[in-house]
Design a protein around this ligand. Structure first.
Ligand code: ZN
Length: 341
């Protein structure tokens, strides 16, 4: 009861990529890069295990960017044809590659990394993939002509990848959909349908992570404009609750999402974000337990997983380590309180 996990990314070691920088270029190449990624993943598996994280992740050590990491080997994308696009409903501009012909996945993307981790931990293992809607909001389209159509094409490729990860022994496959709260009405129109296509035929746990983004300036400014209550999730939680996805991950620590909205997810397991990734201040176990306890009013303990708010990639490594330990200890405090020590 009240297992612990991470949303996804963890900081890269300084010898692998420049620290405290999102999407920093690799400092190694070729075979040395692969060896470096493996060593980094191994270090984080150990740190997560020591911090009593039940469902561990590779910390996304094998990819530079949470969306482009999957797209890098996909055919049909022109990386020379970069388009400047206002993403997350024009919250900020990004230079993105362009889809110029039919999409094809020539082979496994994250299989080798997942297999490496599977062989080195007895804990449950989670792998994250970008969600179809978020991919479509992070790439320009010069071929499909409609976002839902392009999303379904990506979802088919994600499904092939997910099935392969499941066969390797991955326990939880999570799709990251931060674009959901920028395109609330489209979640019900085609976002969930695309997730269903991506998870078709899977028997492992499936999750969707939604959030208000990393602690970068554009997101902090945007959050400042949202008022005292963030109610975006209200628009699409009913569609998620009716979906076939098992788990929903969202931020609760220091967030202005009213906890009552968790009541809309009564048929789901909820990954309650109890670690704020937008501050270097390390939570105490008591603070973590308090965040989880507050969520208990709307989420039964059997359906609750303690998690981080979002990826921890931009944090300094000691800060991320401290936060993981606090998460493990905070969840243990609450389990003890509930008589499940
Ligand atoms: Zn996130």
């Amino acid at each position: 009861m009240i297992e612990t996990t991470v949303a996804g990314s963890l900081p890269k070691p300084s010898w692998l990529a420049e620290p405290e920088k999102l999407w920093a270029p690799w400092r190694l190449e070729g075979a040395s890069l692969i060896e470096g990624q493996q060593d980094a993943a191994l270090a984080w598996i150990k740190i997560q295990e020591d911090a009593s994280i039940d469902i561990v992740s590779d910390g996304e050590q094998f990819r530079k960017h949470f969306v482009h990491g999957f797209l890098e080997t996909i055919e049909g994308i022109d990386w020379q044809r970069m388009t400047t696009m206002g993403i997350r409903d024009n919250r900020y501009d990004a230079d993105v590659p362009t889809v110029t012909s039919e999409l094809r996945r020539p082979g496994s993307v994250h299989g080798d990394g997942a297999r490496f981790c599977r062989e080195r931990t007895n804990n449950k293992l989670k792998v994250t993939l970008p969600g179809p809607m978020t991919i479509c909001d992070t790439i320009a389209d010069a071929h499909y002509g409609s976002r839902p159509e392009m999303a379904m094409a990506f979802a088919a490729l994600l499904n092939d990848e997910a099935k392969e990860l499941e066969a390797i022994g991955v326990d939880v496959i999570q799709f990251d959909e931060p674009a959901f709260n920028a395109f609330m009405s489209e979640v019900g129109e085609w976002g969930v349908e695309a997730l269903h296509r991506a998870t078709q035929g899977l028997t492992c746990k499936t999750a969707v992570h939604i959030c208000y983004g990393y602690g970068i300036k554009a997101n902090i400014d945007w959050k400042g404009s949202l008022g005292t209550e963030w109610r975006q999730y209200e628009a699409f939680f009913p569609a998620l609750n009716a979906s076939r996805i098992d788990q929903v991950s969202l931020e609760c620590a220091n967030s202005r999402v009213p906890l009552t909205l968790l009541g809309l997810l009564k048929d789901k397991e909820v990954l309650v974000g109890a670690i704020d990734v937008a501050t270097d201040e390390i939570e105490t176990p008591e603070q973590v337990a308090a965040t989880l306890r507050a969520a208990l009013e709307f989420v039964d303990p059997e359906r609750m997983v303690a998690c981080t708010n979002c990826g921890m990639a931009p944090l300094a490594r000691p800060v991320a380590e401290g936060k993981l330990k606090a998460l493990g200890k905070g969840a243990a405090l609450l389990r003890k309180e509930l008589g499940h020590a």
